[in-house]
Design a binder for this molecule. Structure first.
Ligand code: BGC
Length: 762
């Protein structure tokens, strides 16, 4: 046995080591070389070893300690040693990963290294803003860099695969996972998906600081009914193709190495067992060459959904549908061999899945050096280094959105102001880390108080007013909200009197959004609204700083509070970023990527809706039009909205021609002027409306944007190019096409655009 093992190991070293060079976009010869190596290796594998590659286990507590001898952990350990595990998740740290990798490489028959996954969603230990916040920067370079830093830090700790980016489009702020995505727009979402994939994977996947990315959750997860996590999804083919799929397609174009399917059923079929999604679209039409991992236990849940009869049938359905790796359902390892032997699953499907998985392992360079991510000296050197802190601070500043600034209350003067900070999040170091916080230590964010102290020294005071939560919230358990303890309100009110400015820091705790955190209210949780109104009675000079993981309905604040800053959960450098914005060292430039409703009854609310047959008030006192009798149709803050300390004017819209043909694009140009007193950045936005089509089209769709920096009184000529490709949509003919017809073009600083033109497409 030992001799056989030695021969095999020798074979692997000689034949496979030459495959180390790996670039994300590989040329044909490199990829065919890897393909040959994979085939040779597969030639050596037994059926059960192949199935083992399709099996992923969560780290078990004592895998690296004493040998576990009972329960799940014992089974997993046994499987690991037998070469029946292809991947593990949640094994963290260079030393820990080395230990499990050592078992895979040195104790199994073929020594195939594990691919080690983790949810590096907005950082590993040093955190960037939550992804929804980052998307509000509209700064693709900063977003890419943030993913790159996350990859570097995670890779130094043994991780070589992140379950990110989440590219689910969502229009429902009740859904807690909107914090993890890029908002409601498929065009912007696609660009951000590409930026994140590029950031994680870089140009050379085999380098020790790049990691494989994973586009998730395929597909439709963001359309859970009533915004309740894991709920049913029923959408039309048009919504699927035109809204949900584009960011996934973009990820494939960016050469994303893996996909994760989803918990939900889509039009009756669980995503995990969905052949149409995974085989027809992803691996068929889009030619995706990487592998698909299930979501956690989602294969097993096909039984609970009422789709598969039992675990064995679920395994059969999942593999037939194109799910290549089973995350924590244990069904492949249990049933696939039997299913193949019984002729119920074609061995070709197993071979295809294993080939995909091994290819990614080769591309990562794991066969060349399985321990390349396991260097604890490098881990120490990289974790939390200066470059990473600078990058997360940079993107944190850019993610802040100024929602209101009456009478230019902001920026604050650096001298001579008597300021009080109030609210439960004002000196919180835990909450700004947000949900999905990787390995960040509890209380490791810079609080706003700490950030402000750099400007104010110790003269600044903080009153909690009300507590938001009981205890220290965490990822797995329900966050308990304080709804009874009002004792601090009187004290806060007393402290607010005679202050020049009160900075109220309110919002959601970091664990009030994220997986399993759907809400039926979008108000400020607990007693915060009460605190805000009580303080407002004695001092109207309030700057409201919001920290939250989803759009909130803050109509009262918008009516009454003069300055409102959307600061999300900004990650490790949170307080520094916000303080720089409040004091004007950074002029806010963020724009919302999800509509903020006036109240929750308007949800789902999104800018790219259809017109309806009765969109406007017909006059008289008719009620027969598409509206609410108790609230306006308009959102509180629309998609694309965000102010600056300066102001911008859009004028002189010109179209080079009004007729778009195959050979003749249109150039749309306009003048943008900084009409205020500060230098500032503006995201100028281009929207198009297709006035009639084989399927009714949205009233506006984002088709381009540009970030421009202007000094006071400076003007710039800006132009966008419109070509026929930009007008494509998935039509009634069930294909992507541009239909001739009439179009409107709009320009502005938000989806409430200010300039409008018209053209015809021939
Ligand atoms: C989530 C995934 C995540 C996985 C592994 C699941 O509950 O839906 O997004 O990647 O867990 O942690």
């Amino acid at each position: 046995m030992n001799t056989l093992k030695n021969i095999l190991v020798l074979f692997l070293i000689v034949v496979l080591a030459s495959c180390s060079k790996n670039i994300s976009k590989m040329d044909a010869s490199e990829s065919s070389m890897i393909s040959k190596k994979v085939d040779s290796l597969m030639g050596l594998m037994t059926l059960s070893e192949k199935i083992g590659q399709m099996n992923q286990y969560n780290g078990f507590w004592d895998v690296t300690g004493p040998v576990p001898n009972e329960g799940d952990a014992a089974n997993k350990y046994d499987h690991l040693k037998k070469g029946l595990v292809g991947s593990m998740l949640n094994v963290l740290g260079a030393d820990e990963v080395r230990k499990v990798q050592k078992i895979a490489v040195e104790e199994t028959r073929l020594g195939i290294p594990l691919i080690i996954g983790f949810d590096v969603i907005h950082g590993y230990k040093t955190l960037s803003p939550i992804p929804l916040a980052e998307s509000a920067s509209w700064d693709l370079e900063a977003i890419e860099n943030s993913a790159k830093m996350a990859a570097e830090e995670a890779a130094s700790a043994g991780i070589n695969w992140t379950f990110a980016p989440m590219v689910d489009i969502s229009r429902d702020a009740r859904w807690g996972r909107v914090m993890e995505g890029a908002g409601e727009d498929p065009y912007l979402g696609s660009l951000i998906a590409k930026a994140r994939v590029k950031g994680f994977q870089g140009n050379n996947l085999s380098l020790p600081y790049t990691i494989a990315a994973c586009a998730k959750h395929f597909a439709g997860y963001g359309f859970a009914e009533a915004g309740r996590d894991y709920n049913t999804v029923d959408v039309s083919i048009s919504t699927l193709y035109n809204t949900i799929l584009p960011p996934f397609k973009a990820a494939v174009e960016a050469d994303v190495k893996t996909f994760m399917n989803a918990f939900n059923i889509l039009n009756g079929v669980p995503a995990t067992g969905n052949r149409f999604l995974q085989r027809d679209i992803l691996k068929g039409a889009w030619g995706f060459k990487g592998f698909v991992v299930s979501d956690w236990g989602s294969m097993g849940e096909m039984v609970t959904h009422g789709y598969a009869k039992d675990g064995e049938e679920a395994a059969k359905m999942a593999v037939n549908a194109g799910s290549d790796m089973d995350m924590e359902s244990y069904l492949y390892v249990k049933y696939l061999e039997k299913l193949v032997n019984d002729g119920l699953v074609d061995i070709a499907l197993i071979d295809d899945a294993v080939k995909r998985i091994l290819t990614v392992k080769f591309e990562l360079g794991l066969f060349d050096d399985p321990y390349k991510y396991c260097n604890s000296a490098r881990e120490k050197e990289i974790t939390g280094n200066k470059k990473i802190h600078e990058a997360v601070l940079d993107v944190a500043k850019k993610s802040i959105v100024l929602l209101k600034n009456e009478n230019q209350l902001l920026p604050l003067k650096k001298e001579g102001l008597n300021i009080a900070v109030m609210g439960p999040l004002g000196n919180d170091k835990h909450s700004p880390l947000g949900s999905w916080r990787g390995e960040a230590a509890d209380n490791s964010a810079v609080s706003l108080m700490e950030g402000l102290q750099l400007y104010t020294g110790n003269s600044i005071t903080h009153q909690m007013g009300v507590k938001l939560t009981e205890g220290l919230p965490n990822f797995t358990t329900e966050t308990i909200i304080n709804t009874t303890d009002r004792t601090g309100i009187t004290e806060a009110v007393a402290a607010a009197k005679n202050k020049d400015v009160v900075i109220m820091v309110l919002g959601e705790h970091g664990f009030q959004s994220g997986e399993g955190r759907s809400r039926t209210s979008l108000s400020l949780p607990g007693l915060q609204q009460e605190l805000l109104e009580a303080v407002y009675k004695v001092n109207k000079n309030i700057v409201l700083v919001l920290m939250n993981g989803r759009p909130l309905a803050i109509e009262w604040a918008d009516k009454n509070i003069p300055a409102i800053v959307e600061a999300w959960h900004l990650g490790t450098e949170s307080g520094n970023a916000i303080a720089q914005v409040l004091y004007g060292d950074y002029n806010p430039s963020g724009k919302l990527t999800m509509t903020f409703p006036r109240n929750i009854g308007q949800v789902p609310i999104y800018y790219n809706h259809k017109n309806t047959g009765r969109p406007t008030y017909p006059g008289g006192n008719s009620v027969f039009w598409s509206h609410y009798i108790d609230e306006s149709n308009d959102p509180l803050y629309e998609f694309g909205y965000g102010l600056s300390y300066t102001t911008f004017k859009y004028e002189n819209l010109k179209l080079s021609t009004n007729s778009l043909t195959e050979n003749n694009d249109i150039e749309v140009s306009f003048t943008l002027t900084n009409t205020g007193n500060f230098e500032g950045k503006e995201v100028a936005q281009l929207y198009i409306r297709d006035l009639y089509a084989s399927l009714a089209r949205p009233v506006k769709e984002l088709k381009g944007f540009e970030m421009l920096s202007l000094k006071p009184n400076e003007s710039k000529q800006v132009s966008f190019r419109i070509d026929r490709k930009m007008l494509e949509f998935y039509s009634a003919n069930e294909k992507w096409e541009t239909e001739p017809g009439d179009f409107k073009v709009f320009i502005g600083g938000s989806s409430k655009t200010v300039l409008e033109g018209y053209f015809e497409c021939k």
